[in-house]
Every structure is written in structure tokens, then in C-alpha cells.
Write a protein that binds this ligand. Sequence first.
Ligand code: UD1
Ligand code: CA
Length: 453
Amino acid sequence: MSLEVIILAAGKGTRMYSDLPKVLHPLAGKPMLVHAIEQAQTLKPSQTHIIVGHEAQKVASVVEPMGAQCVTQNQQLGTGHAVAQAMPMVDNLAVVLVLYGDVPLVPGVLMQQLVDKAMHGDLAVLTVTLDDASGYGRIVRNDQGHIQAIVEHKDANDEQLKINEINTGILAAKASLLNNWLPRIGSNNAQGEIYLTDIVAMAVADGIAITNLQPDYPQQTQGVNDRVQLAELERWYQQQQAMQLLRDGVQLADPTRFDLRGELTAGKDTYIDINTIIEGQVSIGDGVHIGPNCHIKDSHIGAGTQVLANSIIDKAQVAKNCTIGPFARLRPGTVMHDNAKVGNFVETKKTTLGKDSKANHFTYLGDTNVGEQVNIGAGTITCNYDGVNKFQTHIGDGAFIGSNSSIVAPVTIGAGATIGAGSTITKNVENNNLAIARGKQRNLATWAKPKKC
Ligand code: UD1
Ligand code: CA
């Protein structure tokens, strides 16, 4: 039996006070809706339908590349109406899993358990027991404990309002059952909406078994209606990730001051100091030390490397035993070979630093290929841009670049060459030559200091 997923994402998200549709607000760097789709995709559904309405184009541009189809719901007439919009596209023999785009953290395994129940013919609903159930649909059970109905907060009587088991909104059922129930839902309720939750009472009437599952943590089914809830969910998710890294052997100085917005793989004895952000796909070798306040994105950091405080590393490949920072900025296309060093206030872009080479202070290296055992003096700038085009600089093995030099690309500095401090280099330098390109010093003995008039 095939599976099709329907994700409700048409709502406006008024309480976010945002131009961005609510479901596209990021949690751990990724839109909430993308979290939901990725988890759903672990179940290998044959189709994923996203119900869109508010800012439909923006939502479509994010979900269509993921292989999901958008179904427009022009008017948000209720959750039952929303699901009904997708049903003409759904195979009547399939099982349907209904998710919400603003409930980002439902684990795929829990979705699978619901789907398994639905495959057996049940209506499977995901419920959770909360201390404060206000605002949610209540799960009404009979004396035997069997679910009888879901009653929305605004429609509930005093007795029902005391129930603290609530509907998360997430459910699974056979498409054939939904096709039978959905057209029969009315809107005779406090909000005048077509409630998806009405199918529960219909299932009871039809003698269809209703089973429920609960999440391990309430946060896994927590929906986001405003920025407070989003921030709370973000903190919980970060805490979970941090604890997992600690259990896997990564030492975090403080798990409450660590953010992972993507995936991190780390070797043994890695230490990460406070306030570090890891983004995208990052891999770290054994024994790496990352100082405080670093931002590392889509990069590899080789074993034994030290990243000192306040360094930014973006799309860089760093080999073993390198030193980076403090206050270094490695921009995309930076490659550091073993034992290379990039020190404070050094910026690199599309630049390779060979084995044992160093640029320790105040330097810009752009579009540059630096060989092995090169020393780049403080204040060196590769002038890679003439305002229109970018040009390459090549610096050979063992070269020594004196401080405060401007290297005007395109240019090649030969192996073993030395550049005198303060030079502006515009021509190639042969291997082992000394190049000095600066004003000659004159000392004037006859000079008299100006006197005050
Ligand atoms: C719904 C449930 C309630 C449950 C709660 C959990 C119903 C009738 N009620 O209530 O039992 O406790 O979720 O959070 O189902 N949406 C559409 N189109 C619509 C209406 C809604 O796409 O026409 C989307 C919204 O964007 C949102 C989700 O469906 O992502 C839930 O809608 P919302 O209006 O927030 O439902 P609640 O009133 O919170
Ligand atoms: Ca809601």
C-alpha cells in the first residue's frame, strides 16, 4: 500500500508579524516546513502534497525543488477543507499522513508508527498530554478509554475543557476513508470552519478503530504560532543536538551556548568552546580545538587543528595541525595544507596555503596560490581586483614576503624569492631573487624643523 503525505501550510501566521510565510521561518537554520518534509521523506511517500495559500509562490519555490507538489487553497476554510483540496490528487488505495508545516519536529519514526496503524485500517491520531491544554482540541474518551471525538477549545463544555490530552493535528488514515468522511464535514461550530477533527466522530459512527500515539517529548509535536514559541523550540532542539554530540564524544564547553544549524561530524577529543555556530555540513577531525565565538560553515577542519577565538570559516578545507585565528576570516575556496597558519585579521578567499606556510597578521590573500614554507609578512595585500576583473597571484615554495607589501595580480613570485618590506610588486619575480619596489630612503642632515610663527 502506498503512502501519500499532505502537509498543511496555507495559513498566514498572523502572530509572526512577518513578510515571510510562517512555515518558512527557520528552525536551526532550516525552514520549519523543510524539517517536516525531510522527516516525511524518510518514509518514502509516493507523493507529498503541500497545501499552500498565503504567499503560495514563496512556499512553492522552497518545496518544489524537494519533489513536493503544491495544492492551492484559495480560502482558508479550515483544516478539513485544506486536506480535501489534495484528495483529488491522492490515490484512493493509498494511506494518507497529514502533517502541519508549522510543527517541525515530529520524528520520522513516529510518523511511521502512525502510518503502520493506518495501513491496518485504523484512524491513527497523534495526541499529547499537556499541563496547559488551552487553545487546543481536546481528546474526548468514553468510560472504556476509547476515543470518541475531538472537540475544539472554542466548542468545548466545562467538563471537556478539563481534559489535558490534546490533538496535535497529525493523523493518518486510508485515503478511501478520508474520501468518505471529508465531503460530509460541516461548519456548524464556534468558528464556522470545516474541522478535520470532525472525522474522529465519523470514524466512531462507522465502527473504524481509532488508535493514538504520543511523542516522547511534547516539543516533538509543538506547533509554532509566534516567535516566542519558535525561539523556545529552537532552544530545545539545540539542547537535544548538543546532548547528542556530548554523548558521541564531542566536548562542548557549555551545551546551552552552542548552535548547530546543519550537520556536524566530529572525531575523538574535539573541544568546542562557547558561542560557536556550526552551519551547513561541517566535518572535524580528531583532537580539534575550537575557541569561543567561532562561526564555521560548510567546511572541513583536519585533525589537530586549532581554531582560535572569533574566527569565521566558510567553505574552506583545512588540513591537519593548522592554526587559525584569533580573528581570522577564511572565505569560500580557502584551502590550508598541513601545519599552515592564518593569524589575526587575516582574510583569505579562493586561496591555497601550502604546507608549513604562514600569514600571521593583518593580511588579505585573494585568488592566490601560496606554495610550501612561505612566510607572508604582516600587512601583505594581494591586489586581485582592478575594479572589473579578478586576477591570480602565485607565490612559490619558500618565498618570503616582507611586511606591508602590495602584490598586484596577475603576478608570479618565484620559489625562494624575497620581497622587501613595503614593496608594490607589479612584475614577476624570478626564483631566489630579491625584489624591492619602494621609494628610496633619503636622510637629509641639513633639514631644519619648522618653527612656530
Ligand atoms: C488545530 C486543530 C486542533 C489542534 C491544533 C494543534 C482542527 C479543527 N483543529 O487547531 O484540534 O489541537 O490544530 O495545533 O483541525 N491550515 C490550512 N488551511 C486552513 C486552516 C489551517 O492550511 O484552512 C493550516 C494552518 O496554516 C496551520 C494548520 O493548518 O499550519 C493548523 O491550523 P490552525 O488554524 O492553526 O488550527 P488550530 O485552530 O490551531
Ligand atoms: Ca495552530
